[in-house]
Design a protein around this ligand. Structure first.
Ligand SMILES: Nc1ncnc2c1ncn2[C@@H]1O[C@H](COP(=O)(O)OP(=O)(O)OP(=O)(O)O)[C@@H](O)[C@H]1O
Ligand SMILES: [Mg+2]
Length: 255
């Protein structure tokens, strides 16, 4: 469904120019979650930003159902709607003064074809229920909510336009460990109920392990390993994946 082919992205000018993403190819199939892992600065967010159209690559193709996605602005509305992103920091990705109801309304105004045809309030409550929020939350401003609640609202905003692919960039990294696992469970549940595909990005292999069907490992802009999650985790082929795995195990022991 999503196909990224030979992606190159560089930043900076002249002698300062460096490649943040170097020849990355990956796919995400229907109903599938691809976990993209790698240390800080390995280029994961850059890949995500290309997929959602916020960064223009030097070269390479990003296809959705075989059609080029193109950059935002020139991306057809239907494709823009199909690919939604959930960001790391729910507090800064939501306007603290906006009510939850207004946040969802804005999404529906951007993509009117996804707005409920009947009772709007019923549609809103259904959406909140879907992400495990009480209907009363609709009246609250984003700034009054907890981190976990904010992230649920961000997920609801993405779901509101009925996407087919969810790009989650460190979507649980800013949350407490207990809230992290609640949000992970919510994402797994939503993915199954709504038949979503997911590109799930995290620097934490332990988190990716809980959600991914396949895992791709990036290091310094390059994809070093890719495979079925259980294979990558039980028998990593690349030295770097092994070191990530060891680091994740160390953390588990400590906590
Ligand atoms: N807009 C930009 N301008 C210049 N350099 C950038 C820009 N965006 C990213 N970079 C650089 O590109 C490299 C890859 O960054 P990226 O954010 O994709 O990494 P990441 O894997 O998401 O890291 P993290 O785990 O810290 O989020 C880094 O060296 C980063 O400093
Ligand atoms: Mg990042």
């Amino acid at each position: 469904m999503l196909e990224v082919r030979d992606l190159d992205v560089s930043f900076g000018r002249a002698r300062r120019r460096f490649k943040a993403v170097d020849g990355v190819s990956l796919t995400v199939g229907p109903d599938e979650t691809l976990g993209l892992v790698g240390e800080s600065g390995s280029g994961k967010t850059t890949v995500a930003r290309v997929v959602v159209g916020l960064v223009k690559p030097d070269s390479g193709d990003v296809l959705f159902d075989g059609k080029p996605l193109g950059p935002v602005g020139r991306r057809p509305a239907s494709l823009q709607r199909a690919v939604q992103m959930v960001f790391q920091d729910p507090r800064s990705s939501l306007n603290p003064r906006m009510t939850v109801s207004a946040v969802i309304d804005e999404a529906w105004r951007t993509h009117p074809e996804s707005a409920p045809t009947g009772d709007r309030t019923a549609g809103l409550h259904q959406l909140l229920d879907d992400v495990g929020l009480d209907a009363t939350v609709a009246r609250h401003r984003a700034g009054e909510l907890s981190g976990g609640q904010c992230q649920r609202v961000s997920i609801a905003r993405a779901l509101a336009v009925k996407p087919r692919l969810l790009v989650c960039d460190e979507a649980v990294s800013a949350l407490d460990v207990s809230v992290q696992s609640q949000i992970l469970r919510l994402l797994v549940d939503l993915q199954q109920r709504h038949h979503l595909s997911m590109l799930f990005i995290s620097h934490d292999l332990g988190v990716v392990h809980q959600i991914a069907d396949r895992i791709a490992v990036m290091r310094r802009g390059v994809l070093v390993e890719e495979g079925v999650a259980t294979d990558v985790l039980s028998d990593p082929q690349h030295e770097y994946t092994r070191s990530l795995l060891d680091a994740a195990l160390e953390l588990t022991k400590e906590s």
